[in-house]
Write a protein that binds this ligand. Structure first.
Ligand code: NAD
Ligand code: DAU
Length: 334
């Protein structure tokens, strides 16, 4: 199989490429990645000689047409992915997440390639903290942020290209990932690297918001199942029953560093902050028989902390600029 992976130098995409190279020697991987601030060639360095790497933009129709023409299947991870950035400047989100997906869809339509679209649970908006429910494949779209609105838009383009043009596509909407190679702007790596630097973790607002954490390898094992056995046109939700509120995640990280449970700062809350995400992955589990491997959040978190301790050279170049951007955006201790 000739597989084109967009965004393969980003967090989830790089983990997907590592997994694919390790487990599927029959698959030839080409990565297309623009190497934005979030992309890092170093994430692919250990397997650089096993893959083809193309630096380029998914919105570049001619480039995308050429690469898709040489592929049997496309897994589309590339995106602007950070909510806070989308509040500061939504335009790159519209351009990459919507226009970029359009360019890929036109190419897979022309070349009749199989297409898997990586999306997020945030397209469904949020749940109240006291709501016992969870998102499923029938939940109406109701995105809150510019990021999630552009991801919702891209999902709808995929659905239209399936129905109108017969594109062979599947979609997955996953909850919050954690694990190695995640950019230090994101919640868990930010707090880990702060603590390595002797800085207190920073919790938005009261920290009562809930996220449904899944290890990145479990997300990627589900993507492989869907790519191979998913029904064309079907959406699958991916989640591993990992609900935790932000404050208790910070306290687990503090505990791993031997620090007191109140040794963190409350900072300015995110405007429009989604309260709770929760995934009902029954369809994925029953139809495709998928099960997560990382059932113990604390163990996965400890391994992630260890990875950041051992791979400082990977994250250090981004750390100061990332913290500076948060301060410039107005983040303050409250
Ligand atoms: P990331 O920000 O770590 O990586 C994104 C990658 O896309 C980077 O390598 C970047 O260089 C590349 N990219 C950005 N714009 C591009 C463009 N125009 N052309 C080519 N490459 C471009 O993101 P991530 O956290 O790995 O997320 C990957 C995908 O998974 C995204 O589609 C995101 O919406 C989705 N997702 C993420 C999570 C999560 O918890 N991180 C959860 C569910 C879904
Ligand atoms: O649900 C899936 C989504 O998860 C993905 O689609 C996004 O690409 C991914 O970035 C993630 O979005 P979140 O906004 O949930 O993730 P983030 O890591 O930015 O924040 C997680 C929670 O932690 C959120 O409630 C905000 C809070 N937070 C974040 C940071 C960076 C803090 O309390 N402190 C922080 O310093």
């Amino acid at each position: 199989m000739r597989l084109l992976v967009t965004g393969g130098a980003g967090f989830i995409g790089a983990n997907f490429v590592h997994r694919t190279v390790a487990r599927r020697p029959d698959v030839h991987v080409t990565v297309l990645d623009k190497l934005t601030y979030a992309g890092n060639r170093a994430s692919l360095a250990p397997i650089a000689d096993r893959i083809e790497f193309v630096q380029g933009d998914i919105a570049d129709a001619a480039l995308v047409d050429r690469l898709v023409g040489g592929a049997d299947a496309v897994v589309h991870f590339a995106a602007e992915s950070h909510n806070d950035n989308s509040l500061a400047d939504p335009w790159p989100f519209v351009q990459t997440n919507i226009v970029g997906t359009y360019a890929l869809l036109q190419a897979v339509r022309k070349h009749e390639a199989r297409y898997h679209h990586i999306s997020t649970d945030e397209v469904y908006g949020d749940l109240e903290l006291d709501d016992p429910g969870a998102f499923n494949e029938s939940t109406p779209y109701n995105p809150s942020s510019p990021y999630s609105a552009t991801k919702a838009s891209s999902d709808l383009l995929v659905r239209a290209w399936v129905r109108s043009f017969g594109v062979r596509a599947t979609i997955s909407n996953c909850s919050n990932n954690f694990g190695p190679y995640q950019h230090v702007e994101k919640f868990i790596p930010r707090q880990i690297t702060n603590l390595i630097d002797g800085v207190r973790p920073r919790l938005y607002g009261a920290g009562h918001q809930v996220r449904d954490w899944i290890h990145v390898d479990d997300h990627n094992s589900a993507v492989w199942e869907i790519l191979q056995r998913g029904r064309i046109g079907q959406t699958y939700l991916i989640g591993a029953d990992g609900e935790r509120d932000n404050k208790s995640v910070v306290q687990l990280i503090l505990e791993a560093f031997g620090r007191a449970p109140d040794d963190f700062d409350h900072v300015t809350d995110r405007p429009g902050h989604d309260q709770r995400y929760a995934i009902d992955a029954t369809l994925l589990r029953t139809e495709l028989g998928w099960e997560p491997e990382y059932r113990d959040f604390r163990k996965g978190l400890d391994a992630t902390i260890e990875w950041y301790r051992e791979n400082e050279s990977w994250w250090r170049p981004q750390k100061a600029a990332t913290e500076h951007a948060y301060v410039s955006a107005g983040e303050q201790v409250i």
